[in-house]
Design a protein around this ligand. Structure first.
Ligand SMILES: [Zn+2]
Length: 327
């Protein structure tokens, strides 16, 4: 039995909000939700039905699968995998009595934008603003041989080259070693009426064995960022694109780790200034760790930079493909 303090609702409002079920698999699927720990959660069994997927439980893992997709959640963990790519959740998956649940916010803003292209705002994608992190006196992270500002510019130029060849119009927030403050970067995207904004960074950790890439999107209001314990209810300009931000960061992360063949640290959430103020869907990519000697060496190599750039450019094109899908 449900705890009397817990309110249980059946469908209704949730279904309407999800996007009026333009994809045929959704019709007739009831997604029930339940209020737990002050947060609204949905039953994963219902989420599976909603997508026409099978549902299986194996110890702490919950697996949703079909011919096309496989999602793996773990009870009490704040991440899942979507077709093998790691995706951080906004709230941990939970087990309530015998039911396994994820937050409604994760259903609508993390899972649905990746699985269902109809969930996305179908916008034009012609003009891209690339933002090489740091510059000038702001060197960013430093390894033994390279500064982050140098690597990010080299990468952004290569990504631009590939995207221009693919027919996009591309601008860079900086194309030389100069300082620009964070707010100006978002302003630059607004000025050129960019359709998407991609910020490129390299990482640093105290533990020099840490390697791999991760892609950030703006944290939705009411949730905490991946590396923060504080939720913020404040809505920033970048939150207008929550759903598209997730898809953009996911496709970049997926393509980037495939192209670079490095470790997948996943899609994550952060309220970085450039994401908060972004005037369009945006992502911030941490391509790898300058604090790891091996990865630093790779990041300095032309050939590896082209692999990274190819991963980022392909991720953008895969996101674009989702926008163009009409079936
Ligand atoms: Zn940086």
């Amino acid at each position: 039995m449900l705890n009397p303090a817990v309110t249980k609702y059946f469908i209704g409002v949730t279904m309407l909000w999800i996007g009026l079920a333009e994809s045929s698999v959704v019709r007739g699927a009831n997604v029930r939700y339940v209020q737990l720990y002050g947060q609204q959660y949905v039953y994963l069994r219902d989420v599976a039905a909603y997508y026409g997927m099978q549902y299986a439980v194996k110890d702490k893992e919950i697996i949703l699968f079909s011919k096309y997709s496989r999602l793996v959640f773990t009870v009490d963990k704040k991440y899942c995998t979507v077709n093998g790519t790691k995706v951080t959740l906004l709230f941990p998956a939970v087990k309530y009595n015998w039911r396994r649940c994820i937050s409604s916010m994760d259903f609508l803003k993390t899972v649905d934008p990746i699985l269902r292209h109809w969930a996305l705002w179908k916008h034009r994608l012609a003009r891209i603003m690339l933002d090489p992190g740091h510059g000038g006196h702001d060197k960013g992270a430093s390894g033994k041989r390279f500064h982050e500002k140098t690597i990010t510019l080299a990468l952004a130029r290569k990504v631009a080259n590939l995207l221009i060849r693919a027919g996009y119009e591309v601008s860079l927030t900086r194309n030389s070693d100069r300082f620009i403050d964070l707010r100006q970067r978002a302003d630059a995207a607004r000025q050129i009426k960019a359709d998407i904004f991609i910020s490129i960074h390299a990482n640093k950790a105290d533990n020099s064995s840490v390697t791999g890439s991760e892609s950030f999107c703006m944290t939705p209001a009411g949730a905490n960022s991946t590396y923060s314990r504080q939720a913020s209810g404040k809505i920033f300009p970048g939150n207008r694109y929550d759903v598209n931000n997730t898809a953009l960061a996911y496709w970049i992360q997926r393509s980037l780790t495939a192209a670079a063949q490095n470790s997948d640290r996943g899609l994550k959430h952060a309220r970085f200034m450039v994401l908060k103020e972004a005037p369009c869907p945006a992502a911030l990519i941490e391509v790898g760790f300058l604090s790891n000697p091996g990865e630093e060496k790779q990041l300095g190599e032309e050939a590896y930079q082209w692999e990274i750039a190819r991963g980022i450019a392909e991720g953008i094109q895969r996101y674009h493909y989702q926008l163009k899908r009409r079936e």
